[in-house]
Design a protein around this ligand. Structure first.
Ligand SMILES: [Zn+2]
Length: 166
């Protein structure tokens, strides 16, 4: 364990919203892989329980399953556990948004990111190593099959770098 790990763990523990967690993701990806981009929207939508989130290639949006988020929020034993889930989901989609299309590669990179920045034992690393549904077996019991019609846009998401957008 080193100082870098402690700083990232502390930031994740103290994160209060999507923007806080996303700022961690962006810093971590830049530190670990030397890549960064701006101008992403975060959209929340109720989706079938087997879909965690998605990014349409070439678009500026990450769409996260609000139904799963709410479920995780209700079963997580701590805010840190919930934040870890959000981190793993956002890191995965952020890597896609950087042009990474290969699913296996994105999963591997997400795991490496969590392991290097937070350490082997961290909840997020454990989630990223297999799958959030292995960490929260309750998620496997969910049976939702439909997409909701409503979208919720998370305001102020990714505005820290808005001036970089041409
Ligand atoms: Zn993916």
């Amino acid at each position: 364990m080193n100082c870098k790990n402690e700083r990232y763990k502390e930031r994740l523990r103290d994160a209060v919203d999507f923007n806080d967690v996303f700022a961690i993701v962006k810093d971590a990806v830049e530190y670990r892989f030397g890549m960064r981009r701006a101008g992403l929207n975060l959209i929340l939508q109720d989706m079938p329980s087997f879909v965690g989130a998605y990014h349409v290639l070439g678009s500026n949006s990450i769409v996260v399953n609000r139904y799963l988020l709410n479920t995780v929020k209700s079963i997580a034993r701590s805010k840190e556990e919930y934040n870890s889930y959000v981190l793993v989901v956002l890191a995965h989609e952020y890597l896609h948004s950087l042009g990474m299309v290969d699913e296996y590669r994105v999963r591997t990179m997400t795991y490496e990111l969590c392991r290097d920045l937070l350490g082997d034992e961290h909840t997020a690393t454990i989630m990223a190593k297999s799958d959030p549904t292995s960490y929260f077996p309750e998620l496997k019991m969910l049976m939702r099959l439909t997409f909701g019609r409503e979208y919720e846009l998370v305001k102020e998401f990714d505005t820290s770098n808005i001036s970089y957008i041409a």
